[in-house]
Write a protein that binds this ligand. Structure first.
Ligand SMILES: [Mg+2]
Length: 189
């Protein structure tokens, strides 16, 4: 296991990297969120690796296949590379309690956000300091997963209602334009 020293920017996919149209399983349906590459390049310039953590229950539900998902992921990674902000790792959780295929069926899989399993796997694989890291999502489950993993700074993109009792503290961004300055504040040395 690598030494746990470096922070990361953990990114949800749908609603942060691409517009969330529900089950985006083909490149043709993948629309970049405005400003995502500014966010990514800012993190990389600050020496902060980019790690995607995405629930992909559509695989378990049988809406699309693992291969469909991997094709979209390859397209996504290639574009981040071309933009000068390569993704260090991409984690996805295909599991769902009512999955069609038995191998994807799990009542409460530890990788499925709001559980923190993907973030903890990234920590162990990449040697991340989660307390020094930031996470950007568009739903309460992203904040909850980040909070459960001990991520030090949580950002929420868009309008999701997270006013429930016990919601973790987070910073709200109506769109991605305010995120680079947030990263500068968080990660500038
Ligand atoms: Mg999302």
């Amino acid at each position: 296991m690598p030494a746990t020293t470096r922070p990361a920017l953990l990114l949800d996919r749908d609603g942060v990297i691409n517009v969330d149209r529900g089950f985006v399983s083909r490149v043709e349906n993948f629309s970049w969120m405005p400003g995502i590459f500014d966010v990514a390049r800012t993190a990389v310039r600050l020496g902060v690796p980019l790690v995607v953590v995405t629930n992909q229950t559509g695989i378990g539900r049988g809406s699309y296949t693992e291969d469909d998902y991997q094709a979209v992921t390859a397209f996504m990674r290639e574009r981040f590379e071309r933009e000068g902000a390569a993704l260090t790792a991409v984690y996805h959780c295909p599991f769902h309690p009512e999955a069609v295929e038995a191998r994807y069926r799990a009542a409460d899989h530890p990788w499925r956000k709001p559980r923190p399993g993907m973030l903890l796997a990234a920590r162990d694989d990449l040697g991340l300091d989660l307390a020094a890291s930031a996470m950007l999502g568009d739903k309460a489950l992203d904040l909850l997963a980040g909070h459960a993993a001990g991520v030090g700074a949580l950002g929420l993109v868009g309008k999701a209602d997270v006013s429930f009792e016990g919601a973790p503290k987070f910073e709200r961004f109506p769109d991605l334009s305010g995120v680079p300055a947030w990263l500068e504040r968080r990660f500038a040395v």
